[in-house]
Design a protein around this ligand. Structure first.
Ligand SMILES: Cc1ncc(COP(=O)(O)O)c(C=O)c1O
Length: 427
């Protein structure tokens, strides 16, 4: 057994006192008495993120138009700088990463860039558990090309509605498949896919492959020098704490730098000649070539502070603590919550799980509401999943202990019965 845990609050406190990352918690804005378990949906604001945002705001205030070139980090090139700060989380080259728009738009630009179907090879392979926006974007791109999504999308169905079997996916890589879009971590169950294996198998068959890293970036270290995918997209507002609507991430493998961008725009032009405003587009030969219009600087600025914090903490250390915290929460769930009919929906092994734990329950909607009343911030996902993200930068072992105590109180005293079986707009 890899982890050895003990019962009782004292054990949790002891774990916290031995935690070399514990001090990062003080750099976040946390509400007194609240246990924030929703960092896989919207990460918390840190003082570091606030500071970089305020600095950029000040630069706009004092420099006006000159903020583009005379600011501390030239805002004209800010997306490249943030790409550099992001690149260690992927183990990618600095010039392969940029920050642009949102995840959905980045899927549009990636498909626009890479999808050039022929009569024989035209299908886009997807799974049936990915977040819906990815499918909307795939459908939309196919329709723009005058193609029928029902004919061009090939869906690999999960066997149990929770997990994806990698072999089913590999078997579906037939000669008519042109491209693959898959999530690295499934947003409901938290399963982490074997990206290296799937990418290798896709490339053996001459299939372009891109990954949606929304639920792994900042939670799981990636080795893109080894995995070598064609592209990847992700949001920066979950584990990376970039703030609501933070500009998203885009990785383009260097081998594709000469390809035309799917959604070209003037900020993708070579920087030296961009302001010559020629009608001939001279695309930059780095991921920045996939920029479209003027970048959303104020939606990027918090990321600077936040990513520097990641650099300081180290993604490997964060993963280690996240796995330990999640395993501890699972241990407490197995020992204390099973009698209330909770089922753990997340895979057991470290190698195949991301940064959250999914608890399934027939009364999940009402329990989720009761948790909010107990100052726990969880989130609910249809049909019966409550997700908890033990984020290592700002959560403690004692928080996991206290969370389970609050759930016991809700279940013992049937506090969930006070709520309707209906969710709010944002669950
Ligand atoms: C897997 C996945 N992809 C995409 C998105 C949405 O991305 P965006 O709103 O940045 O377009 C989410 C949001 O939760 C997600 O979980």
């Amino acid at each position: 057994m890899k982890y050895v845990f003990e019962d009782g609050r004292d054990f949790a406190i002891k774990m916290d006192s031995n935690d070399s990352l514990a001090h990062f918690r003080d750099r976040f804005y946390l509400n007194e008495g609240e246990i924030y378990m929703d960092g896989n949906s919207l990460g918390l604001c840190s003082k570091d993120a606030e500071k970089s945002l305020f600095r950029v705001l000040e630069e706009w205030k004092t420099l006006g138009i000159n903020c583009w070139t005379k600011s501390e980090k030239q805002l004209f090139l800010y997306q490249d700088y943030l790409g550099e700060l992001l690149s260690p989380l992927l183990n990618a080259r600095k010039d392969e990463v940029t920050v642009h728009a949102n995840t959905t738009i980045n899927i549009h630009t990636a498909i626009g860039t890479f999808y050039h179907p022929t009569e024989e090879k035209y299908k886009i392979l997807v799974d049936d558990l990915n977040f819906p926006t990815d499918r909307y974007a795939v459908d939309g791109q196919l329709k723009l090309k005058g193609l029928d999504p029902d004919k061009c999308i090939k869906i690999v169905k999960s066997r149990d509605g929770k997990l994806i079997n990698e072999n089913d996916f590999i078997d579906a890589m037939t000669s008519d498949v042109f491209m693959i879009l898959l999530p690295s971590v499934l947003y409901r169950s938290g399963q982490l896919l074997n990206m290296e294996l799937i990418t290798k198998e896709a490339h053996k068959r001459d299939i372009i492959i891109g990954w949606d890293l929304c639920h792994s970036i900042g939670a799981v270290p990636h080795d893109f020098k080894k995995i070598n995918p064609d592209f990847a997209i992700w949001c920066n507002y979950k584990y990376l704490n970039g703030g609501p609507g933070a500009s998203a991430g885009l990785y383009i493998n260097k081998k594709h730098f000469d390809k035309p961008a799917g959604l070209p725009g003037w900020h993708g032009n070579v920087k030296e000649t961009q302001f010559q405003l020629n009608y001939e587009f001279d695309k930059a030969s780095n991921a920045g070539g996939w920029q479209s219009g003027t970048q959303n600087i104020l939606s990027m600025a918090p990321l600077e502070g936040s990513l520097k914090m990641y650099e300081e903490a180290g993604i490997k250390n964060l993963r280690e603590k996240s796995l330990k915290l999640t395993a501890y929460l699972r241990y407490l769930t197995e020992n204390k919550l099973k009698k209330y009919d909770f089922v753990i929906g997340t895979p057991y092994d470290d190698e195949i799980r991301g940064g959250h734990l999914a608890l399934e329950h027939d009364d999940a909607i009402r329990i989720n509401e009761a948790l909010k009343a107990q100052k726990v911030i969880p989130d609910f996902r249809y049909p019966n999943v409550i997700r908890f993200a033990p984020v290592p930068l700002y959560l403690r072992f004692e928080d996991m202990y206290e969370l389970v105590e609050r759930i016991i109180d809700i279940m013992e005293n049937k506090k969930y019965e006070l709520y309707e079986n209906k969710i709010e707009t944002i669950a």
